[in-house]
Design a protein around this ligand. Structure first.
Ligand SMILES: [Mg+2]
Length: 361
């Protein structure tokens, strides 16, 4: 058998807290910084693969970094073979389970390994996996910013050429939700696709009631109207609503996605590359979506997701976010509302070291 030459020599893990240029309001509270764990995997021929994972709360930052460090002995000296290592590590953690922080740590390793493999061939991930770079339409995010604030931010995205905008809603009344949607449409123009995100804040009954009103607003989708893992609740909302329901950012692995598909929980899906299991997990998710013709978008991770969407037969929208741009060497470029992968290497993730140093914790 052909022996893979490149072996894993070292794993370096760092934690940073990256402040957001504009604190992001959600129905569940304000996000003002990104706690991130940066993983660098070096091979014995000197290639370094990078990955970033997001712990949402600083309380999970150190434990996640520690967990990733503790995986080092399991992969040191092993060949640079991410799909094989993903299976081995999944077997190792079967008894504990691969959700939560363990899942995040495994994805950090998976994404860094794929990055290293693509870099060792001097190509972007999309080419390594047999695909080609394609422009994907991107949408910009509007926080829970009220009528005036949402309209202002929507207008800024539209001016930059974005053809889709997604706003956090879940105000006290559906009338306020509608006022925000209409103000954004007026500010951004009729040709711009408008999506809204409830961030799980409604009960299924409330969601059905609100959707009866929102169904007249021509929305591209309504995201996570109720608890992410209440597949039956989402299915009830999806059955009653004419507007497509979007879910997926909180699914841990493709098994959660399969449960959502079985329950007919939603019309569109948007896995999070970290929670779905890294590059390896995403490829499985893309295959699952393809069997049912379900349109797939991403959640955060714009650089790596822009490439993975090119490999996804049912690719839909790229969720754009610039939150981590300060530490990125070459943040994803959006040109006239479309992803532009020109010049990308590996997964597109590499560090602006001086910024990383500033935000180290
Ligand atoms: Mg969301």
């Amino acid at each position: 058998m052909h022996e893979l030459k490149s072996k894993i020599r070292a794993v370096q893990v760092r934690s940073v807290r990256v402040p957001m240029a504009h604190p992001h309001q959600t129905a569940g509270g304000t996000v003002s910084e990104s706690p991130l764990v940066l993983t660098d995997i070096t091979t014995d021929d000197g290639v370094v693969g990078h990955s970033v994972v997001f712990t949402y709360t600083p309380a999970a930052l150190k434990p996640t970094a520690e967990l990733i460090r503790n995986l080092e002995p399991l992969i040191l000296g092993e060949p640079l073979a991410p799909a094989e290592l993903e299976q081995r590590l999944a077997r190792r953690f079967r008894l504990l389970g691969t959700q939560g922080l363990v899942g995040i740590a495994l994805s950090a390793i998976d994404m860094a390994l794929w990055d290293a493999l693509a870099r060792s061939h001097g190509v972007p991930l999309v080419n390594l996996l047999g695909g080609v770079a394609k422009p994907i339409p991107a949408y910009g995010a509007v926080g829970y910013d009220g009528v005036k604030g949402s309209a202002e931010v929507a207008q800024q995205w539209a001016k930059q050429g974005f053809t889709g905008i997604k706003a956090k809603i879940g105000y006290a009344t559906v009338e306020e939700d509608v006022a925000v949607i209409r103000a954004m449409r007026k500010a951004a123009g009729d040709s711009v696709a408008i999506m809204v995100d409830y961030n799980q804040c409604l009960s299924p009954v409330e969601a059905v009631q609100r959707l009866r009103v929102l169904d007249d607003e021509g929305l591209t989708w309504v995201e996570e109207p109720t608890l992410a893992h209440d597949y039956a609740g989402h299915a009830r909302v999806a059955r009653e609503a004419a507007t497509p329901i979007q879910c997926g950012e909180n699914w841990w692995g493709t098994l959660d996605m399969q449960h959502a598909i079985d329950a007919e929980a939603c019309d569109y899906m948007m896995p999070d590359v970290m929670k779905i299991g890294g590059v390896t997990g995403w490829l499985r998710a893309a295959a699952l979506a393809q069997t049912k013709g379900i349109r797939l978008s991403n959640h955060l991770w714009p650089e790596i997701s822009a490439q993975l969407l090119c490999l996804t037969p049912t690719a839909h929208w790229l969720e754009y976010a610039d939150w981590w741009n300060p530490i990125m060497n070459e943040p994803l470029e959006i040109r006239k509302g479309l992803t532009n992968l020109e010049g990308a290497t590996g997964t597109g993730v590499a560090w602006n070291e001086s910024a990383v140093e500033r935000f180290l914790t």
